[in-house]
Design a protein around this ligand. Structure first.
Ligand code: C2R
Length: 188
């Protein structure tokens, strides 16, 4: 069963807890886990959390690093399925092993977000995430593509949720309307 709940998003710390305004009986487990290697990734990764909020899907964001806190990553990834999560988004920059190691520990779908660092334009991160060995896929979005990661997570959830599917159709319609409207101002 899918439990859609609105969550507004400000910081990873905020997402680490249930939102304070939510009544106790409605406090449920998050459906989407949003991991990032450092809090320096949050300005990019928050777009994924914002998409979850837009579609009223409860998510949890956390700083966990395959390099710096490997035990925490193992605990998170191994328990995510039991906790009721359906999909994990993992963003990291540089030698970005976080998404791949997460995928190694879980059967949940993992979406990788390469984060653009100060050097190498994010290509280091992209290549670290995208070329996974056969058997351990990570669905990799573009560099800094956390908004698309959020939408993809919602699309995965919507395969088992007619209400969410309807919202996605409305979202697509709005995209198309906005795209067609661009013709009106072309060349002005
Ligand atoms: P700091 O800003 O903390 O120095 O981190 C983070 O995702 C971040 O983009 C710099 C960069 O290091 C990345 N990082 C990884 C991993 N852990 C942290 N790529 C990992 O486990 O893959």
């Amino acid at each position: 069963m899918i439990w859609p709940h609105f969550v507004s998003c400000h910081s990873p710390k905020f997402f680490a807890q249930f939102p304070p305004h939510m009544p106790k009986e409605k406090q449920i487990q998050p459906l989407v886990g949003i991991l990032m290697g450092s809090d320096s990734d949050w300005p990019i990764m928050k777009a994924a959390a914002e998409v979850c909020a837009q579609f009223e899907i409860f998510c949890e964001a956390k700083v966990i690093s395959a390099h710096r806190t490997p035990q925490d990553l193992e605990a998170f990834a191994v328990n995510a399925l039991m906790r009721g999560m359906k999909v994990i988004i993992a963003g990291a920059g540089g030698a970005a092993h976080l998404p791949g190691v997460t995928a190694a520990y879980t059967t949940l779908p993992v979406i990788g977000v390469p984060i653009q660092g100060k050097v190498l334009d994010g290509m280091d991160s992209l290549l670290s995430i995208v070329q996974m060995p056969p058997g351990v896929p990570v669905a990799t979005v573009g560099i800094n593509g956390s908004k698309n990661a959020g939408i993809l997570a919602i699309q995965i959830l919507a395969t088992g949720d007619a209400d969410l599917q309807k919202k996605l159709m409305e979202f697509k319609q709005k995209l198309a309307d906005e795209s067609r409207a661009k013709n009106k101002t072309l060349g002005q």
